[in-house]
Design a protein around this ligand. Structure first.
Ligand code: TYD
Ligand code: MG
Length: 445
């Protein structure tokens, strides 16, 4: 009997079944099964001869000639440029600036490229390009289609080394029987483009719309397939954008690039303190600075705290960019270890620039900001607080402390408050404290 060429796969967990199911027996999701073509995998018996094996030491070392963009921030995120023949996923929320980032990089590049535009008309792309780069670059070719077969055909018949597909969700192959944007189409089109990239040594960027709540999560299934995964993040209320490498077969997966979105496109922000610090040289009660590590990059951050008497019966607590539970823990430490009465206070905490911090090393700055607001005494903006705080009120060491110190000094730090180091020597610049009560005594007497 001929075997069925189709299988059914659960969209949410990937469970496969030979017949359609209303409810997935693995993850219990309803209505999640999609029809998919079975992929034949032929295993030829006896093909594994010993002669196929190569000792690792004898594999020819190939020198990588990376393709560099003019934008160094982007090169850094890519781990030092593009390795020929790689497939890169650039994901991010709709409107964050993915098309802008790719187009401006192609426009500046001396390498010839093809921009496959499935979402916008060539005229829209031209208008955007003119805005970004007044002198249009002849090296950029547009291909206005969503038809995968046409794209493959064009790519096979030219030698432009760079390709951007905007976006992977719009592509459609008539070899797959489902709608554009469906998981089957996304997966199939990406696999075909992957093979083409490897065969022709082209670098292909796939732009994919992804939302945090997972509504548009399709391109996430490509993470294991592609060589590099970049996520483009931003905050609707701020004009900075961050490109983060979360996977890179050819470089560090922790790299981070920071840009500012302007009317002329994205501008790399070499000096990130422009974005993260409020006006320099001003001291206000409730402000304290620290150095957080985002990916592999140190970032100056500013914590703003407001501690006031609760006007309504119950006190309010609110945070922006910092974990609420962690704030409550730090407040509890202050109450218990420093005898501070905070139960009847409204407490608000904000991270400047709309950043979201998960690095516990900023704890000490949070404590300093809370104390500064509580006592209405401003801390000098040249004081930087680095350290994690434990439940007993002890100040603990953190990773990459030297990198943090260097960044602080680069930004004009005069006093750096730190946890005790094994061979620490107190001096004017580095002030080490064992616990919060001792630090409080030093700062506010
Ligand atoms: P876009 O690159 O189209 O986003 P995506 O491809 O991720 O959907 O960027 C869209 C936003 O960027 C849009 O709100 C307008 C803004 N923008 C600027 O502020 N300056 C510019 O120079 C450009 C081209 C876009
Ligand atoms: Mg776009």
């Amino acid at each position: 009997m001929a075997k069925s060429k189709w299988i059914y796969k659960c969209k949410s967990c990937g469970f496969e079944s030979s017949k359609w199911l209303g409810k997935c027996s693995a993850c219990q999701a309803w209505n999640s099964f999609e029809e998919q073509q079975k992929v034949k995998t032929s295993v030829s018996k006896g093909s594994q001869k010993n002669s196929d094996l190569i000792p690792l030491t004898l594999v020819n070392e190939q020198k990588e000639n990376r393709i560099q963009f003019v934008d160094d921030e982007f090169n850094e995120v890519l781990g030092g440029g593009l390795v020929p023949g790689s497939l890169i996923l650039l994901g991010g929320e709709p409107g964050v600036g993915k098309s802008t980032l790719m187009l401006q990089n192609l426009l500046q590049s001396p390498w010839t490229s093809i921009y496959v535009t499935g979402e916008e008309s060539p005229n829209q792309v031209r208008q955007r390009a003119q805005r970004l780069h007044k002198q249009l670059n002849k090296n950029v070719m547009l291909l206005n289609t969503t038809d995968l077969e046409q794209i493959l055909d064009v790519l096979k018949n030219n030698n432009h080394p760079l390709v951007v597909v905007d976006s992977i969700q719009t592509l459609y192959s008539n070899r797959i029987d489902s709608a554009p944007g469906s998981l089957n189409q996304i997966r199939f089109c990406s696999q075909e483009l992957m093979q083409l990239a490897k065969k022709t040594n082209k670098c292909i960027f796939l732009i994919g719309h992804i939302t945090k709540d997972g509504q548009l999560a399709g391109p996430k299934i490509l993470e294991h397939l592609v060589d590099v995964v970049l996520y483009f993040e931003g905050n609707r209320n701020h004009d900075y954008r961050m490109v983060r490498a979360v996977k890179n077969r050819f470089g560090s997966a922790m790299a981070l690039g920071i840009y500012q979105m302007t009317h002329k496109g994205l501008i790399p922000l070499q000096d990130s303190s422009q974005l993260t610090l409020t006006k320099r040289n001003e001291n206000h009660p409730g402000l304290a600075r620290s150095v957080s590590i985002e990916g592999i990059r140190p970032l100056m951050v500013e914590i703003q705290a407001l501690v006031g008497n609760a006007v309504y019966g119950t006190s309010q607590r609110n945070t922006n960019g910092f974990d609420m539970r962690r704030l409550n823990m730090l407040i509890a430490v202050l109450e218990k270890k420093c005898d501070l009465q905070l139960g009847n206070k409204d407490i608000f905490l904000n991270i400047t620039g709309g950043l979201k911090l998960e690095d516990p090393t900023v704890d000490l700055a949070v404590i300093a900001a809370l104390l500064s607001s509580f006592y209405e005494i401003a801390l000098p903006h040249t004081s930087i607080f680095i350290g994690e705080v434990g439940l007993t009120g002890e100040i603990r060491g953190s990773n990459k402390i030297n990198l943090r110190k260097e960044e602080a000094i680069k930004n004009g730090a005069e006093h750096i408050f730190l946890p005790p180091s094994p061979n620490g020597k107190q001096n004017q610049q580095y002030l080490e404290f064992e616990n919060i009560p001792k630090l409080m005594e030093h700062l506010f007497g």
